[in-house]
Design a protein around this ligand. Sequence first.
Ligand SMILES: [Zn+2]
Ligand SMILES: [Zn+2]
Length: 387
Amino acid sequence: MEQINWQQLSRQLADWRAAIHRYPELSHQERVTTDYIIRQLSPFGALEISCPAATGVVVRLRGAHPGRTLAFRADIDALPVEEKTGLACASTRPGLMHACGHDMHTAMLMGAASVLAQQQASIHGEILFIFQRGEEMSPGGAKELVASGVLAGAEMFFALHVLPSLPCGTLALKRGIATANRDTFNISIQGRGGHSAMPHLTLDPLIAATQAVQALQSIVAREIDPRESAVISVCSLICGDGTTAAIPNEARLCGTTRTFTPEVRAQIKAAIARIVQGVAQAHRCQARVIFDEWDYSAIINDDRLCDIASAAARSLGAFYAQSAPAFVGEDFSEYQAIAPVCFAWLGVANGEGEQPALHNSFFNPCEDALLHGTRYYLALARKLVMS
Ligand SMILES: [Zn+2]
Ligand SMILES: [Zn+2]
């Protein structure tokens, strides 16, 4: 890859990222972003561009020689967050922002596709570049791509996600379990409303709901093996409309759980249902507990791919072996249905000190990381389909 002009590539990556950042689009609505990726990659004749879903792009690069099929995945969607960074490339769409760095992911993968398209003659096998829609919103865009069959034949999947708590350009990798099972629950507690001065004639769902919130916290503290990890967060309690004259009919709760194993996942779901039903019954109310069927499973990084990825990362300089998995949910895990996967974090800390987190209005990743990400993909391609 001696002929690559890294400075020029770095500028190109920053331009792509800025253009995508200026026009964030919500999950499953990434039409302008999809058109932009197609328009920018079309001049590279070797790339076969397709759109298997309403938005998002899958690009295939067939090498000159037979060999393995390697897949790289970036996600392309933004979030309903108001940007407050004041950057020159800040969002032009009120209330929307690329606050999870998917603009960075997209630009880095465009960079890898554009470079490798010019090296088709030395590629043994195929490379798939997946620009996936809708990561932030269940059911996610990965599941439909897996079901569509367009990725059939892929033998390994790699992805990067930016992380502001790591120094810019550092790659971090966790062998085995890398992210959590993410489940979402919706609870409805039905009582019987009435006059607030005559509570004996009502069945108060608010009393049941607030006790349920407290009782759910005992699951992690008292039911889960302390050597395991789990999170239960009740994030919303909706009950009543502000009036003090009436006791409402219904209370609604929603929240999320995070676990690392299928056993703890099942245990927590059963315990939530049991406790909510029991508390509701104690207060003569009815409860309904629904778990979102589309939630994301944990990413299990493949050992062999981790070895290859850490060698690629080490060859670029900073590398960090993570000891603990992250509690986030990621639909990159869906690709495990096809082949082994490897998910790595890319540091994007902007200078020293505390950094605005992912999904924060002030999130401002260091642009220098773009070139590191693209070079990581290029190093993987070199190791896997170019030697
Ligand atoms: Zn996110
Ligand atoms: Zn993300």
